[in-house]
Design a binder for this molecule. Structure first.
Ligand code: TRP
Length: 344
């Protein structure tokens, strides 16, 4: 075999890099779980995954420091509880890795005031907190762009609320590359193949959201089994009594979707099994099935939270790896803009 053939053969195909950040403010809902999170375990086989807790982003709104510290570690534990393996995926806490803030500054010098002013999240959040329209809230997209570009991410899973931030990341990366040559991979949005869209239990025309003021509108993946059953019993349905999937029956359609997602039963099977039985029975069954489905996550989480030393070991190693990988990009950027190498 010639040398070139050998190298061609030995070189494994590079897996694509997927990166996602999660704010440490609140627990995933059943909607997040069924729609995305439960695929993460599988995704780490197909991609090089990076997940981090975006605590730098969190302080763009006022936080209680003790609570933020606690929630940051809890959110990290939740990632692992949901099946992310720190041996396979890069898992870290954003504030542990200084390159994020450093690249963010450079990128802010390649971002126009006008384009940041047009970000809908900035406009919404400033309207919501008129007493604290801070500059961090304004430059939030530059920090997010830094998170993504440091790891040369190919794909970023984004919900509707973050789409605009990915767009501006692409714009900034392209602009920088046009001036300085190919430094950054321009990321694409990642849209999961299958992902159930789970609606609010209180208003099934709205998406389930953890920021809903009505606690009964959403199920958090760490809710106690009794709480889950209770929330499903209160779920808004309709005035009929037939468990069938039909246009206009938003509440029942949502419950059937959830039941199907956690049991694997088809809609036909569900309709047959619940024919002639009332909504009460069905809601009870959905609640119990969901509580059971989430049991492993709850148990993993409780176990991890009792082992702070293990968590610390995981996020310390994660931060070291993240620093090493992201430093390669930062050093290139520093060189391009005319800085000497960062000194650590
Ligand atoms: N802004 C995202 C959110 O609020 C969190 C986030 C920060 C993120 N940095 C990221 C998501 C990078 C994807 C990629 O949900």
């Amino acid at each position: 075999m010639s040398e070139t053939e050998q190298t061609a053969q030995a070189k494994p195909e590079r897996k694509k890099v997927i990166l996602s950040g999660i704010q440490p403010t609140g627990v995933f809902t059943l909607g997040n779980y069924l729609g995305a999170v439960r695929n993460w375990g599988q995704m780490q086989e197909d991609y090089n995954c990076a997940y981090f807790i975006a605590n730098l982003h969190a302080i763009t709104v006022r936080q209680d420091p003790a609570k933020l510290r606690q929630q940051t570690v809890a959110s990290y534990a939740l990632l692992l509880a949901c099946g992310v393996d720190p041996q396979k995926s890069l898992t870290f806490i954003q504030s542990h890795v200084p390159t994020h803030a450093e690249l963010s500054w450079v990128l802010s010098c390649y971002t126009q005031f006008g384009e940041l002013s047009r970000m809908t999240q900035f406009k919404d959040k400033s309207a919501k907190h008129p007493e604290n329209v801070n500059v961090g809230l304004f430059t939030y997209p530059d920090l997010m762009a830094a998170d993504i570009l440091l790891y040369q991410a190919d794909l970023v899973p984004v919900g509707a609320d973050q789409k605009q931030h990915l767009e501006i990341t692409r714009d900034i990366a392209t602009r920088f590359n046009n001036v300085h040559g190919n430094v950054f991979t321009v990321p694409e949005p990642y849209i999961p193949k299958l992902g159930a869209r789970i609606m609010s239990l209180a208003d099934p025309t709205k998406k389930m959201s953890k920021s809903d003021e009505n606690q009964n509108a959403f199920v958090s993946i760490l809710d106690a089994p009794e709480t889950i059953v209770k929330k499903f019993k209160r779920a808004v349905t309709d005035s009929e009594a037939e468990v069938v999937y039909r246009e206009g029956k938003d509440g029942i359609n949502n419950l059937m979707g959830i039941y199907s997602a956690v049991t694997g039963d088809s809609f036909e099977t569900i309709q047959r099994d619940f024919a002639g039985r009332g909504y009460g029975d069905f809601k009870q069954a959905v609640g119990e099935a969901v509580a059971e489905h989430l049991r492993p996550v709850r148990e993993n989480f409780d176990r991890l939270m009792k082992d702070k030393a293990y968590l610390e070991q995981c996020y310390t190693e994660g931060a070291k790896k993240a620093l090493a990988i992201s430093s390669r990009t930062l050093e290139k950027v520093y060189h391009k803009v005319g800085f000497t190498k960062p000194i650590r």
